[in-house]
Ligand binder design. Structure first.
Ligand SMILES: Cc1cc2nc3c(=O)[nH]c(=O)nc-3n(C[C@H](O)[C@H](O)[C@H](O)COP(=O)(O)OP(=O)(O)OC[C@H]3O[C@@H](n4cnc5c(N)ncnc54)[C@H](O)[C@@H]3O)c2cc1C
Length: 391
């Protein structure tokens, strides 16, 4: 994070992203989404724009953007097409784990390559039997000389097919009590110099309702050898802490993706409501439609303000798990609400793949699930509330 970004810089970078979104992202969204085709050209453009290093410190070659600017970028991209924001979001969550918890040598080894996009990836936490309850993971890493041997299966892992590195949460002590003290995190470079997966790593792409075009896969590790120097922080037992420590920024990201969907769906609905006529007038002149548009626009603004509040605290190095949780909960629900209402405004045409709105509808729900489900967000918020106001 850096305070070297002035308001002028911020406007410049947002303007640059806006142009990229309108010229390069929006025009290809429909085709790539419908064909579930990875947007390789966008990933290359992201390298040039510096997005793979957006939140990585400038000393490691990144832009060192504060969360407040980064969230605006994410919202802008997601307002046109949410999926590509996952290419750099998940990657930056991995980078943030290294930057926060890695040794100096690990930061110097990985972050400059991550900032350029030479090394690209995400985080591999979830397993078939363990999503919310991460302490129940079964993937193991066993020390063997100056290496560890990883065995296990991860699921729903974003960027695992087209990327080449993953932050993998494993168990290094199966008997630890509490269980999270037996977890560790490894940086696994998954491919060799020719771009082939290393021996023992099998990656299978999953078919999804939405968030298409971006690779989300099952990843199996069979006797995969990783240098001990890739253990984040070079200390066993802190993997869970490393994973959840990045959640504040992760939740601000997801909030921005949800709010972006909400904004994009609202913009489409505002336009369509002026074009479509029933009973001799544009449907935007019917009060039933106006009530929807009024509610949608208000939710977009409320989500934006919650994100700004959480990001401002994050940038000031203040604890903001409650604010980030509120932003994530509200922003993602706003995405679902606005996409749903926009579907109703489009009437039967909402069901046509000719229109973009069906994509927003399919993409929105994911934001309620990722980075801690919205059920968990409300439980975390309530626990903090009770802690703060104990009687
Ligand atoms: C498209 C996609 C991409 C993803 N990308 C990644 C990725 O890159 N890396 C990664 O590691 N994971 C990824 N995930 C996985 C995602 O993080 C998990 O799906 C999520 O954490 C929920 O876990 P689960 O699916 O196992 O649900 P479960 O944990 O089984 O939860 C099921 C339901 O029970 C509720 N629940 C669970 N425990 C409690 C409780 N204590 N109290 C109240 N309610 C509870 C949940 O809120 C939910 O409603 C991705 C998922 C999807 C769909």
């Amino acid at each position: 994070m850096s305070d070297a970004w002035s308001k002028e810089d911020e406007l410049g970078i947002i303007d640059m992203i806006e142009k990229w979104v309108e010229n390069d992202v929006r025009p290809i969204a429909k085709e790539h989404d419908q064909q579930d085709k990875y947007p390789h050209a966008l990933a290359e453009q992201m390298k040039v724009l510096g997005l793979f290093g957006a939140t990585i410190g400038q000393e490691f070659g990144g832009l060192g953007l504060p969360a407040s600017i980064y969230a605006k970028i994410v919202m802008k991209v997601a307002s046109a097409w949410m999926a590509p924001s996952g290419i750099f979001n998940s990657h930056l969550i991995q980078a943030s784990a290294i930057e926060r918890c890695g040794t100096q040598a690990q930061k110097e080894r990985f972050l400059p390559r991550m900032a350029t996009g030479e090394l690209r990836g995400g985080v591999a936490l979830t397993e078939p039997n363990a999503g919310t309850d991460l302490q129940a993971i079964r993937t193991t890493a066993v020390k063997d000389g100056d290496e560890y041997i990883i065995n296990g299966a991860k699921t729903w892992i974003t960027n695992s097919l087209n990327g080449n590195s993953l932050a993998v949460l494993v168990k290094t002590d199966l008997d630890a009590v509490p269980a999270h003290k037996g977890t560790s995190m490894f940086i696994v470079e998954t491919k060799d110099a020719d771009g082939n997966f290393k021996p023992g790593i099998t990656v299978s792409k999953m078919t999804k309702l939405g968030y298409r075009a971006i690779d989300t896969c099952e990843v199996v590790f069979e006797n995969v050898r990783v240098p001990a120097a890739n253990l984040v922080g070079e200390k066993e037992g802190s993997g869970f802490k490393h994973a959840i420590g990045g959640l504040e920024l992760g939740r601000i990201n997801v909030a921005a993706r949800g709010a972006g969907i909400a904004q994009g769906a609202t913009e489409l609905a505002v336009r369509y409501a002026q074009e479509r006529e029933t009973f001799g007038k544009a449907i935007c002149q019917h009060q039933a439609i106006q009530l929807k548009l009024g509610e949608m626009a208000t939710q977009v603004e409320a989500a934006r303000l919650l994100i700004e509040q959480a990001a401002t605290k994050y940038d000031a190095n203040e604890r903001c798990d409650m604010e980030a949780g509120m932003a994530k909960y509200f922003g993602s629900e706003a995405g679902v609400f606005c996409a749903n209402e926009a579907m109703r405004i489009f009437g039967g045409y909402s069901y046509s793949v000719e229109y973009d709105i069906e994509r927003y509808y399919r993409d929105a729900m994911l934001m309620c699930i990722g980075e801690g489900t919205n059920e968990m967000q409300r439980i975390i918020i309530a626990k903090q509330l009770i802690d703060k106001h104990k009687i």
